[in-house]
Ligand binder design. Structure first.
Ligand SMILES: C[S@@+](CC[C@H](N)C(=O)[O-])C[C@H]1O[C@@H](n2cnc3c(N)ncnc32)[C@H](O)[C@@H]1O
Length: 333
């Protein structure tokens, strides 16, 4: 029995690309734009998305097996699970994520070569200003879709001790974690810092959010020395989310040290990320960083503990989130 379970696990690993390829083909064809709660007849659906009817019906049946569609006597509709991510009114739309994933697949094609070379091989080609802005918007949209889900999980598990305080996030991206925190804790103010273009994007896109008026924004390159983050001082809770994997050990330790310096006495540092020793997602993410960044990497919880302690903070534990990431907590005495 044990052997069969192991083989099943191996086989799932071996053919892991198949569900993804089907999902991407269905998304690209527009299947999820054409189905909703009401069943759509298979021939109508195939015609709408430009699929051959006989082959298309088999693909639709495979989407049922994946749990994204449901079959009824009159056709196909979104399943309960599929409706979480697709269709009008989906609580967690994933269109941006699917668009972005295509770029990542290209980099994974170069894994073997990258492992031999010992440095990043996949590099984005030279871009015009307009292409760069478009790619940045796509990156932020994809991040936002995952961040909204994980932010709800994180703030369910990490709660401040007081009703009022100063929340700081360095490298805030779409701002989903900060907005979610500030929405939940109306007595808190926020100070958010990121690269200039990201700040500009956020200021434009989220200016109507109810918590926006409680937020101060700073443009900074966290690798610059010195950096001016006077607007972020006195943090009672400081978040580094998915930031420490963007660069190597030396730069990350520098960021953790400086973050510690921005904390108020008794303040908490939350380093939310993937960790190599906290599930499969962390190990895979490390390779994703190897392929797609100059020297980014994923740490173990022990390595992060050593960094926060080196920065003069006391390690206060780690919390795994239901969807696979993990938060390391540290306090300033
Ligand atoms: C992977 S995203 C994470 C965004 C957000 N915290 C989240 O968890 O969704 C990393 C963010 O850090 C920012 N970042 C990376 N390197 C940076 C640097 N050297 N200076 C400032 N921001 C940086 C990026 O612009 C991006 O917004």
């Amino acid at each position: 029995m044990g052997d069969m379970t192991s083989y099943l696990k191996f086989k799932t690993l071996l053919t892991g690309y198949r569900p993804y390829r089907l999902l991407q083909a269905a998304f690209d064809a527009g299947v999820f734009d054409c189905v909703g709660e009401e069943a759509v007849a298979a021939d109508v659906l195939c015609r709408k998305v430009g699929w051959d009817e006989a082959f298309g019906c088999r693909a639709l049946s495979a989407l049922v097996v994946l749990g994204l569609l449901e079959a009824s006597p009159t056709g196909f509709c979104l399943s309960k699970e599929g409706a979480l991510f697709f269709g009008t009114g989906a609580p967690h739309p994933m269109g941006g994520t699917l668009d972005f994933e295509k770029r990542l697949v290209d980099s994974w094609d170069l894994l073997g070569q990258t492992l031999k070379t010992g440095e990043r091989v996949y590099a984005a080609s030279e871009k015009s200003e307009a292409e760069y802005k478009k790619d940045l918007a796509q990156y932020i949209d994809a991040m936002d879709e995952a961040a909204r889900i994980r932010a709800a999980e994180l703030w369910q598990l990490v709660k401040p001790d007081t009703d009022q305080g100063r929340f700081v996030e360095l490298g805030f991206g779409s701002g989903a974690y900060s907005l979610s925190f500030l929405e939940k804790h109306s007595g808190w103010t926020g100070a958010l810092a990121d690269l200039q273009d990201v700040v500009g994007f956020f200021a434009e896109k989220r200016k109507h959010h109810p918590a926006f008026s409680r937020i101060g924004l700073s443009c900074v390159n966290l690798l610059d020395d010195p950096w001016d983050l006077s607007g972020c001082e006195g943090a009672n809770l400081l978040l580094l989310s998915n930031l420490v994997h963007c660069q190597g050990d030396v730069e990350t330790l520098g960021i953790v040290r400086r973050a510690a310096g921005l904390l108020a006495q008794g303040g908490t540092l939350v380093v939310h990320d993937f960790y190599r020793d906290r599930g499969e997602a962390g190990g895979m993410y490390d390779l994703h960083m190897m392929l797609n960044t100059y020297n980014g990497k994923v740490y173990t919880v022990g390595e992060m503990r050593a960094m926060v302690e080196e920065a003069g903070l006391s390690f206060a534990g780690d919390i795994s989130l239901p969807s696979g990431s993990c938060a390391v907590l540290a306090r300033k005495a």
